[in-house]
Write a protein that binds this ligand. Structure first.
Ligand SMILES: C[S@@+](CC[C@H](N)C(=O)[O-])C[C@H]1O[C@@H](n2cnc3c(N)ncnc32)[C@H](O)[C@@H]1O
Length: 229
């Protein structure tokens, strides 16, 4: 898995833009809204990839706050660092660190919020990943999961099937990585539906779970609050 993400890192941003017609930035902005952070907050972005969601959080926590992006792909991390530098965001505001989402290298309750964007689907143990996010966030803080989901009905359901099952793998082949982009639809198919994910978040120690579906039901944004307040 890590080797696959190292391999596609250079393609990753361009493929996102092609696959979503540029809408992915808007979905990350909504995820950052749900994290409910502001100036002075400390936020963690898990499975941060090339850093877009972490950088979105960084704009909200300044002045005085800090964001950490964590990922197990060194290649993704170096692109994220480059991106932060090119936007003039310094290491005190946002930094990118190597780490496994299933065993986060952070103390309990050290963050005001934790997010994961298009990463949870790749966790080999989703429950463990969610428990780790809940562990490192203080009581009352938010845990946000942004993920692709399979629309059950509605006009986009057949289109979604065609797009993800047929078009995305072909785009991946043209871009130079057929296997990674045939893995993508498989990983979406096996990911729990929105209601099931909400229950799992509850089982993992989160409360007040809410979710919204957007983009015709293709994108799910879940948020839960860490218990104990
Ligand atoms: C599809 S990318 C999403 C990147 C980014 N969050 C975004 O919004 O574009 C998934 C990322 O999850 C990372 N990842 C998957 N499993 C992980 C794990 N167990 N620990 C840390 N990173 C992980 C991969 O290296 C990859 O960068």
């Amino acid at each position: 898995m890590r080797a696959m993400f190292d391999r596609i890192a250079g393609l990753y941003d361009r493929m996102n833009t092609v696959m979503t017609a540029g809408l992915h930035h808007q979905w990350r902005r909504r995820a950052a809204d749900l994290a409910a952070v502001g100036p002075g907050s400390r936020a963690l972005d898990v499975a941060c990839g090339t850093g877009d969601l972490a950088l979105e959080l960084a704009l909200r926590v300044r002045p005085g706050g800090a964001v950490v992006g964590v990922d197990f792909s060194e290649r993704m991390l170096s692109l994220a660092r480059e991106k932060a530098r090119s936007r003039g965001l310094d290491g005190a505001l946002v930094r990118f660190e190597a780490g496994n989402a299933l065993a986060l290298p952070f103390a309990d309750s050290g963050f005001d919020a934790a997010t994961v964007g298009f990463g949870a689907r790749n966790f080999s143990d989703l429950g463990q990943g969610l428990r780790e996010m809940a562990r490192v966030v203080r009581p009352g803080g938010h845990v946000v999961v942004l993920e692709i989901t399979t629309p059950q009905r509605g006009p986009l359901a057949p289109f979604f099937g065609l797009w993800f099952e047929r078009v995305v793998p072909v785009l991946g082949r043209f871009a130079g990585d057929a296997s990674a982009y045939s893995y993508l639809p498989r990983s979406v198919r096996r990911f729990p539906g929105p209601e099931e994910l909400a229950h799992l978040m509850w089982d993992c120690g989160l409360a007040d779970i809410r979710y919204v579906l957007t983009a015709g039901g293709i994108i799910a944004l879940h948020v839960g609050v860490v218990g104990g307040t």
